[in-house]
Design a protein around this ligand. Structure first.
Ligand SMILES: Nc1ccn([C@@H]2O[C@H](COP(=O)(O)O)[C@@H](O)[C@H]2O)c(=O)n1
Ligand SMILES: C[C@@]1(CO)OP(=O)(O)OP(=O)(O)OC[C@H]1O
Length: 158
């Protein structure tokens, strides 16, 4: 068996009149993430980790923010495309693990829903999807609630 590992990171600004979508799940909050797409920072980090594992570049290469085609894009649909790319090369997801950095809202009540949504979308078991949340102890841009960031590590097997 061959294995490959990749990591991904993303951050998006928070602002009013936007939904907060994380891992394909809309989370009730007074602020949402701003982006050209739906700004699902968790799914973006996961896609970059999947691409990185196979040295395929990053999501901006495939879905340029300058292209109107991706305006308001559902990041789960982009995830489907990235998943197809890795499957086309004969790779499967071994597991993935992620960290969400958000001062607010409390994400713990939504983590199982996110894990479930992503495991269904990627056709893997829930125990292959790790999602953790932490505050940034009020430090830096995430600590000041200017944005939410996400880190992801993905292991691929062949
Ligand atoms: N947005 C968040 C941030 C954290 N949590 C949960 O709280 C725990 C403690 O967080 P600290 O940053 O104070 O270490 C963390 O382990 C998460 O379980 C959360 O639900 N939502
Ligand atoms: C998926 C894309 C598409 O515009 O989403 P954005 O909302 O622009 O988010 P970002 O993480 O800044 O860049 C990735 C883009 O490719």
């Amino acid at each position: 068996m061959s294995i490959r590992i990749g990591n991904g990171y993303d951050i998006h600004r928070l602002g009013p009149d936007r939904p907060l979508i994380l891992g394909g799940v809309t989370i009730p909050h007074n602020l949402g993430l701003i982006g050209h797409s739906d700004a699902d920072v968790l799914t973006h980090a996961i896609m970059d980790a999947m691409l990185g594992a196979l040295s395929l570049g990053d999501i901006g290469h495939y879905f340029p923010p300058s292209d109107d085609q991706w305006k308001g894009a559902d990041s789960l649909e982009l995830l489907d495309q990235v998943h197809q790319m890795i499957k086309a090369q004969g790779w499967s997801i071994g597991n993935l693990d992620t960290v969400l950095v958000a001062e607010r809202p409390k994400l713990k009540p939504h983590i199982e829903t996110m894990r479930n949504r992503l495991s269904e979308r990627l056709s893997v078991a829930m125990d292959q999807i790790g999602i953790k949340a932490t505050t940034n102890e009020k430090l830096g841009p995430t600590g000041r609630e200017e944005g939410i960031s996400a880190y992801a590590v993905v292991l691929l097997t062949q």
